[in-house]
Design a protein around this ligand. Structure first.
Ligand code: SAM
Length: 280
């Protein structure tokens, strides 16, 4: 029996189901259930919430989420080898846990969820960033989720909460802070994972704002910041040339000096530029 439920410890689960970690799937497992319960607590009050978990693996974070009182957890896992281990969790929490075997980048799990919905995940870095951007850039706001609690490489977590003028400031900071309150809530050394990754990790918690901090069209803002930070050392009048032939006029109308570099431009100013471009 484990520290938080009546199921076997995770090392035993991994040995029983022969879940050797696969690098191709970004598998670095969390095996300490006290730690996964601590991460689950960062997701806020889970009672009365459906939780969407991406990449449950052998189920450490899943068990944390269920032990912390989630009404229901729906997980999307690509690796079918994990399904028997996850079935044992479903059996221990009848009616509270379901798994979809598939790629989270391909599947839309919304039809299987009932609001309020929180999202929690310990995912490979590239999948996590791609999903984060998708969750932050739907056309309409508020989104289907209330909060996101996501593990990232420490460096990526810092990019999400970065402020203008810093090296980490860029597209992720702008998209995250435009529509959410984002903060780093936990730092984890490589040794917290099995096998240990090369770098440190951090959990970022984002609460969706009822409305974006400043009005802007999501697609235009996304395109502008992606283009501006792609050539972050260039002046905006030159890095954004491809966005509009009259970019200098739009920058001036948004109150941004055309000679400014992306790194120095506030979220508010980028939103003003997106509004100017929408008028054109
Ligand atoms: N959540 C578990 C934990 O904390 O121990 C496993 C974390 S491991 C870093 C990432 C998990 O995501 C693996 O189980 C992997 O198979 C799964 N995964 C990787 N790519 C995925 C994808 N595109 N869609 C769904 N799951 C994916």
């Amino acid at each position: 029996m484990s520290a938080i439920d009546s199921l076997p410890p995770l090392r035993e689960v991994i040995a029983t189901h022969q879940l050797s970690a696969r690098k191709s799937l970004g598998q670095n497992f969390l095996l300490d259930l006290n730690l996964t319960a601590k991460i689950a607590r960062q997701a806020g009050d889970l009672t009365g919430c459906d939780v969407l978990e991406i990449g449950p693996g052998p189920g450490g974070l899943t068990r944390g989420l269920l032990a912390e009182g989630a009404r229901r957890v729906l997980a999307v896992e690509k690796d079918s080898r994990c399904l028997p281990a996850l079935q044992e969790i479903a059996d221990a929490y009848p009616g509270r846990f379901d798994v979809i075997n598939g790629d989270a980048l391909e599947i839309d799990p919304l039809a299987y969820l009932t609001p309020p919905i929180r999202i929690a995940a310990n995912l490979p870095y590239n999948v996590g960033t791609e999903l984060l951007v998708r969750w932050l850039t739907p056309k309409e706001w508020p989104p289907f989720w209330q909060s996101l609690t996501l593990m990232f490489q420490r460096e990526v977590a810092e990019r999400i909460v970065a402020l203008p003028g810093s090296k980490a400031y860029g597209r992720l900071a702008i998209l995250a802070q435009w529509r959410a309150d984002a903060r780093i809530v936990l730092s984890l050394p490589p040794g917290a994972f099995t096998p240990p990754p090369k770098v440190s990790s951090a959990v970022v918690h984002l609460d969706a704002l009822p409305e974006p901090r400043f009005p802007a069209d999501a697609a235009i803002l996304s395109r502008v910041v992606a283009t501006a930070f792609n050539q972050r050392r260039k002046m905006l009048r030159s890095s954004l040339k491809g966005v509009s032939p009259a970019i200098e006029d739009h920058l001036n109308a948004a109150g941004i000096p055309p000679t400014e570099r992306a790194e120095q431009v506030s979220l508010e100013a980028f939103c003003a530029l997106a509004r100017e471009l929408a008028k054109a």
